[in-house]
Design a protein around this ligand. Structure first.
Ligand SMILES: Nc1ncnc2c1ncn2[C@@H]1O[C@H](COP(=O)(O)OP(=O)(O)OP(=O)(O)O)[C@@H](O)[C@H]1O
Ligand SMILES: [Mg+2]
Length: 256
């Protein structure tokens, strides 16, 4: 099973001037096997939602709830969330100098599975996952994300997705900065993950291009800290043609 349920989530970020409210009542349920795309203007809070779900300490949950298969996610530490099956591919993946990709992923896999994968099969699996993302096997020995190009970082995130095989994957602008071939390769990786069944995807994106490869079941418009419209793939086409203007205006009118 994989059911992520977000209810009336309010979140603020700590700033020098005090707490600033970013999420203002997010409601979203991702059921088994569903792909949800979130689109919205810059600064509307999409990454804040992704980080909050992953447990980033910078964000404070003021109210609301998040459950994964009925379990309280907000009560879990970051690694408990990963063990429970949540995975976040970050918009800006962080560099971890001195830690090789293979070791990093083995540690993550061990924590999630509760037992270490055997080194011999693990190296083979890592190399295979890299190969599927058109990354050569030397990436396994390089420091995590250090000196990776923008697109290589994104492909590495999807290699992680394949190896760790979580229940729910949150992909924050994984398509940004990918070349045409990489976009296809990354999309195929996500589609393989979804095709296993019992998996959920939350795909944050600015572009409808990736939605030609990864077919979303639902498209949501995110404005000013909440979801303001929900639809199917036709909604993405509408946004591409018309922009966010009407949603932004409606949100502003509602906030008054
Ligand atoms: N430490 C901080 N101090 C002040 N504002 C912050 C801080 N951290 C985040 N914010 C603000 O929170 C808002 C939401 O940011 P977030 O990264 O979630 O947006 P986003 O929807 O992911 O945008 P994008 O499409 O550009 O990635 C932004 O206005 C951002 O400036
Ligand atoms: Mg963002």
């Amino acid at each position: 099973m994989a059911k992520l349920e977000i209810t009336d989530l309010h979140v603020s970020v700590q700033t020098d001037a005090g707490p600033k409210q970013i999420l203002k009542g997010v409601n979203l349920t991702i059921n088994d096997g569903e792909v949800h795309a979130i689109m919205g203007p810059n600064g509307s809070g999409k990454s804040t939602l992704a980080y909050t779900l992953a447990g980033h300490p910078k964000y404070t949950v003021d109210s609301g709830s998040v459950t994964l298969d009925g379990r309280d996610v907000l009560a879990m530490s970051v690694d408990e969330r990963a063990k429970a099956g949540l995975f976040l591919a970050m918009q800006y993946p962080v560099e971890v100098p001195g830690v090789s990709v293979a070791n990093f992923l083995r540690t993550a896999k061990t924590a999630i599975d509760g037992k270490a994968p055997s080194i011999r099969t693990w190296v083979k699996q890592v190399n295979e996952a890299m190969g599927k993302m058109d990354l050569d096997p030397t990436f396994g020995q390089r420091s995590v994300n250090e000196g990776f190009s923008g697109g290589e970082k994104k492909r590495h995130e999807i290699a992680q997705l394949e190896l760790l095989n979580p229940k729910v994957a949150i992909l924050d602008e994984t398509d940004s900065g990918l070349d045409i071939d990489a976009l296809r390769v990354v999309s195929e990786g996500v589609n393989r993950y979804v095709a296993q069944g019992n998996r959920g995807v939350l795909l944050i994106t600015h572009y409808t291009r990736i939605l030609n490869y990864i077919k979303p079941d639902f498209v949501h418009v995110f404005v000013d800290g909440r979801l303001v419209a929900n639809g199917g793939p036709e909604l993405a086409a509408e946004l591409e043609a018309e922009g966010y203007d009407k949603y932004v205006k409606a949100a502003k009118a509602g906030a008054r």
